[in-house]
Design a protein around this ligand. Sequence first.
Ligand code: GDP
Ligand code: IMO
Ligand code: MG
Length: 438
Amino acid sequence: MLLLSKNEKMKADVLLGLQWGDEGKGKIVDVLTPKYDVVARFQGGPNAGHTLEFNGIKHVLHTIPSGIFHENTINLVGNGVVIDPVIFKKEIDALTDMGVDVKKRLVLSRKAHLILPSHRFLDAASETAKGKQKIGSTLKGIGPTYMDKTGRNGLRVGDIFLADFEARYTALVEKHARLLSFHNFEYNLPEAETAWMEGIELLRTMKVTDSEQEVNHHLQQKKRILAEGAQGTLLDIDFGSYPFVTSSSTVSAGACTGLGIAPNRIGEVIGIFKAYCTRVGSGPFPTELFDEDGERLRSVGCEFGATTGRPRRCGWLDLPALRYAIMINGATTLAMMKADVLSGFETIKVCTHYRLPDGSLTDQFPYDVSGKSVTPVYIELQGWQEDLTQLDSTQALPQALHDYIAFVEDALGNEIRIGIVSVGPDRKQTLVRDVIFA
Ligand code: GDP
Ligand code: IMO
Ligand code: MG
């Protein structure tokens, strides 16, 4: 934890997204890594794209935790994560080319599930079958892999060391082939299998452990752990805008099940949100903009998916959704990202409430947030014209941005502070407002 009295039991901090993903989690994990001994991913898989920028380098991570660029940090991929050996190998190769000694810094859980090539085919077949109702999945095989996990059919990293691994693999692929035949889906398995088996070979050379034991041992040794979330709260399988969600627990509770950390061993919960909102893929988005303001957010904010390159849908900050996310996660502190992208707007809108079909107002996040059920109600705040990207302290922020931050904190009940304001993609463009991040 960031602040710890001497006799207190060590707790792990959690960092996660409070919106629909892509909030800037990777950047802040990288910034905070020097304060931690271990950075551990707890859910999701290569549907994630976490971008880090420093020393003129821009790098996107999918499976590997965002602490990997720091020499003395252990990076752990927990049991809650799903791993595609093909993408994983590409990530390792790219990092190795950059001179990062990945094998030394990375540990994988034996219990993490494997994404098979046929999981990707099933994902694509399912999306095709859904037609207009498609989720807008990243098509990385995430949903089918978690289905096999909960269906108790999955293959785990630990299985690759078993003598009958190939037989287990073949049995699962045969199951998938039967399902794919119902979809009439065409695919080329042998080609995909070659790359997959190469990935498995690489996995066999990595450090693979009972990571839940390792994590708890680290806590015992008073090592500082940061659990890194993927996706965002509004994509959570239980609390997100179902069915337009991902297939894992993206919320703080997911760090417990995804790493084997007991709930009473969770310390700070660092919630990351953009000063506005984005979403990629299908599903409801109450504050989405279809006008030139939305276009401007997308172009100035470079809002294109880090994993798929798809344009992200953009809109104003949604306080009922943010309040809901803070509640579900028990967030204890916040980082507000991409404040620089709002520079130059005459006025900035913030959604404070939703109007329901009966005309009443609510500040809660309801069961159905589609356009037919909620209409956002906005307040208009003064914008600022100054470029923020070169600023090096919060004191230097324009008054209108101070007012924006104060408004948001006030609307969140003044119970939680925005401890970090991010003003650009680089590590250095990070302004600290709260002493816990100093
Ligand atoms: P993640 O999935 O939560 O790690 O976020 P992504 O990496 O998918 O998307 C965030 C994008 O915004 C990346 O391109 C980052 O480099 C960029 N970014 C992060 N923080 C800031 C910021 O404060 N300002 C600007 N302009 N870009 C930022
Ligand atoms: P990071 O960690 C933004 C979205 C997809 C789709 C839905 C389901 O970078 O924030 P899936 O591939 O999981 O079946 O897709 O979830 N999605 C993300 N959106 N950021 C992500 O990760 C996402 N991971 C999945 O676009 O709408
Ligand atoms: Mg991302």
